[in-house]
Design a protein around this ligand. Structure first.
Ligand SMILES: [Zn+2]
Length: 459
């Protein structure tokens, strides 16, 4: 029986990951049909994304046996509530952290979608009830624990991308198929290195950085240390826009190390993001997922996300009270690209102050306030007001959560022995095409870049 693999997202684009694997039924052997999905992500960024997210699924969700979720970034989970709304009633499987992060992210994302929909006089494409129904279908699997569903065997493997991230390994009809999800870029704080798979026949690999090499990592911790010291010396405010998931926890982990080892003087540090605070609580629940170094620090009695001076401000009142605390102080808040969230209140207040510092970690998309600030504009508009930028803007390249073209290549090289075909996904067309060419040229393996809606037979 041929196995069919279809690409309904993440094809020649980074976002919207959604893959369908089908097999059977086989009348002769009496085998039932099996239909498995991997990821059900939100389309993001492009002008057409909103329409794509609302479009009906190109398959019947009620016929799907199960959905396997690689990790909790929205471009991998964002349409799960819609899948449920459209009739899916199978089981959803992921690791524990992915399940918990997903619940927080989907509710948070619904809040943002609701605001956008209201502006355009539309309904959102899923509701809180759909999220609740999705969570009731969701079950947790451990890494490396084989799970049988009809004739398929499925195993989640550590992908080292964010906490709880997994590759999905499927064995169907003696063929081993591996979906990488997003692949990590070791070493990073807290996370283990990605698992090294064996005997893979078909590989579906991400390619966000398929045509790029990461620049050598700057000594990030030293730069963070310097920024904090400078803010203290100037009696200014250090503002750090940070993503709620992974980036914030890495930052806390590093500041914890600086504080506990007396590298920086005592200073009030605020984590001013309800979502990031809740995400951090999930981290604390899953210490067994940490790498050896983090586990060792914890075993010595240290709480890696808490240190003297840190205050988590959950409520609006607590957040506003930060204003009453005289500088120097450090404020970490979302959104990571200053596109919303509490950080912009602090930016409005302190960007005009020449003693303050804005520390930008990681990628800032074109058009975002964060991008304007990185590019050095001297005046920005916040809540309709012109705000002069007198604060110093410091930007550090963060740890990339993705493998670069060399990391991806090495990954394929390591498992290339049995490989029959490589499908390159989750990258812009240019990145995916470049990487597929590299695999063909240097590993002599068949490699394709599927288009949205393409179906392949795995023979
Ligand atoms: Zn991701």
């Amino acid at each position: 029986m041929p196995i069919k693999l279809s690409f309904y997202g993440g094809a020649q684009e980074v976002t919207g990951a959604n893959y369908l694997l089908e097999c059977g039924p086989d009348a002769r052997s009496g085998r039932p049909a099996i239909k498995l999905l991997v990821d059900c992500g939100l389309f993001q960024g492009a002008k057409t994304a909103e329409d794509e997210n609302r479009r009906p699924f190109p398959y019947n969700p009620s016929e799907i046996d199960a959905l396997f979720v690689t990790h909790a970034h929205l471009d991998h989970i964002g349409r799960i509530p819609k899948l449920v709304r459209d009739g899916f009633s199978g089981k959803i499987f992921s690791t524990g952290p992915t399940r918990d992060f997903a619940e927080l992210s989907l509710i948070d994302s619904l809040g943002i979608l609701t605001k956008e929909a209201r502006r355009e006089n539309k309904e959102t494409f899923y509701s809180k009830e759909d999220v609740e129904k999705a969570m009731s279908l969701w079950e947790v699997l451990e890494y490396d624990e084989m799970f049988s569903l009809k004739d398929a065997e499925i195993t989640l493997r550590d992908a080292g991308h964010i906490l709880g991230s997994a590759m999905v390994e499927m064995k169907v009809e003696d063929k081993k198929i591996l979906f990488t999800g997003d692949l990590g870029n070791p070493p990073v704080p807290l996370l283990k290195r990605p698992y090294e798979p064996k005997d893979i026949d078909y590989l579906i690999i991400e390619s966000a950085y398929g045509d790029k090499e990461h620049e050598p990592e700057e000594s990030r911790k030293i730069k963070i240390e310097r920024a904090i010291e400078k803010a203290i010396l100037n009696k200014g405010v250090l503002m750090v826009p940070a993503f709620s998931l992974e980036r914030t926890q890495q930052l806390l982990y590093e500041i914890n190390d600086l504080v506990e080892n007396n590298h920086i003087p005592a200073v009030p540090i605020f984590l001013d993001s309800p979502l990031a605070i809740k995400m951090t609580d999930v981290y604390k629940k899953y210490e067994s997922f940490y790498n050896k170094k983090a586990k060792f620090i914890i075993s010595s009695g240290d709480d890696v996300f808490n240190f003297p001076g840190l205050k988590m401000t959950l409520t609006t009142e607590e957040s506003k009270a930060i204003n009453e605390v005289p500088p120097p102080k450090v404020v970490i808040a979302g959104a990571g690209m200053s596109t919303g969230g509490r950080i912009i209140h602090h930016e409005k207040r302190y960007l005009p102050d020449k003693n303050s510092i804005l520390l930008i970690i990681g990628y800032q998309a074109a058009g975002s306030l964060g991008r304007q600030l990185v590019e050095g504009v001297r005046e920005v508009k916040i809540f309709g007001e012109e705000v002069p930028v007198n604060a110093e803007v410091v930007s550090i390249r963060g740890y990339s959560a993705h493998a670069d073209t060399n990391g991806l290549f090495d990954f394929v090289d390591e498992i290339s022995e049995k490989l029959k075909k490589v499908f390159v996904v989750q990258g812009e067309a240019r990145a995916s095409l470049f990487f597929s060419q590299r695999v063909r040229d240097y590993l002599a393996k068949e490699a394709v870049v599927p288009k949205l809606g393409d179906t392949f037979e795995l023979v």
